[in-house]
Design a protein around this ligand. Structure first.
Ligand code: G3P
Ligand code: CA
Length: 266
């Protein structure tokens, strides 16, 4: 994407971002306070349609430190926010996200009359309020050029330090590290590897982000010893919260930030 001068709205977003805590500073402050960061997974889907603006606003209102969203590329190369590669589960559309233009996607109902957000809208909402964790959906299908487009947008908005990018597709994270040393990066993992710290070293990630049920105290210790942070998901019930109080991750992503936020304080 060629660079261009920011318009007034983008300038104000950048100004707000420059006055805000970076996502790394949020992790450090939470560590110093001895509490995990609270992340709204897809916003606040317990109360609103997932990955919609109302869901992200609701997560911020619920006191989340971070919000998480899922990103794809439309057929005309726009970064759009939706979880699945297909449209059926969360919208009234059919087929694959990648086969529709952003304009076509924006005409769909993503629940309660909400539209599929453009990523830029979510970045602009988050800046100055919460850290934004952007999951790039590069698996099983891959979007050529997604990483470059994403970096160009974050740089244009001055949002590099307030955002993190995570993925199950570790080669994408490795590629992003080579392109931008300052961006916080995380690798997602569903299993319990023999040496999790090797995965963050190999990919250049800062954050190891496993399913909470694939964690144990030794894993957290190994990641911390390697200089990384641990962010677990989806922590939605008392068992998961109890486990997190035992293993002490740095961030907890939940589909129900109101309930889990209260349980974490209890
Ligand atoms: O934050 C990690 C988590 O979102 C990964 O799984 O399928 O919910 O996007 P998924
Ligand atoms: Ca996700």
């Amino acid at each position: 994407m060629p660079s261009r001068a920011p318009d007034l709205r983008e300038y104000l977003v950048r100004l707000l971002g420059s006055l805000t805590q970076s996502i790394r500073a949020r992790y450090e402050a939470a560590h110093d306070d001895g509490r995990p960061l609270l992340g709204g997974h897809r916003g606040n889907p317990a109360e609103n349609p997932e990955n919609t603006m109302i869901s992200f606003r609701s997560a911020i209102a619920a006191g989340c430190d971070l919000i998480e969203c899922d990103v794809h590329l439309s057929s005309d190369g726009r970064l759009v926010v939706i979880h699945d590669h297909s449209l059926e589960r969360t919208t009234n559309g059919t087929g694959l996200v990648r086969d529709h233009t952003a304009s076509e996607l924006r005409k769909l109902d993503a629940g309660h009359g909400e539209r599929i957000p453009l990523l830029q809208e979510v970045v602009e909402l988050a800046l100055g309020r919460v850290g934004l964790v952007i999951e790039i959906k590069q698996i099983p299908f891959q979007y050529q050029g997604l990483e470059d487009k994403l970096l160009a947008m974050l740089r244009q908005l001055g949002a590099i330090s307030e955002c993190a990018v995570i993925s199950f597709h570790h080669p994408s994270i490795q590629a992003l590290r080579a392109l931008e040393p300052k961006l916080q990066l995380g690798i997602l993992e569903g299993a319990r590897p023999i040496h999790p710290a090797n995965l963050i070293r190999e990919s250049g990630a800062d954050v190891y982000s496993p399913h909470w049920g694939a964690t144990d105290p030794q894993l957290v210790h190994e990641i911390h010893a390697a200089g990384g942070a641990v962010a677990v998901w989806p922590v939605d019930d008392e068992l998961a919260v109890t486990w997190c109080k035992y293993i002490k991750p740095d961030a907890i992503f939940t589909n129900n930030p109101v309930k889990v936020g209260a349980l974490l304080k209890g």
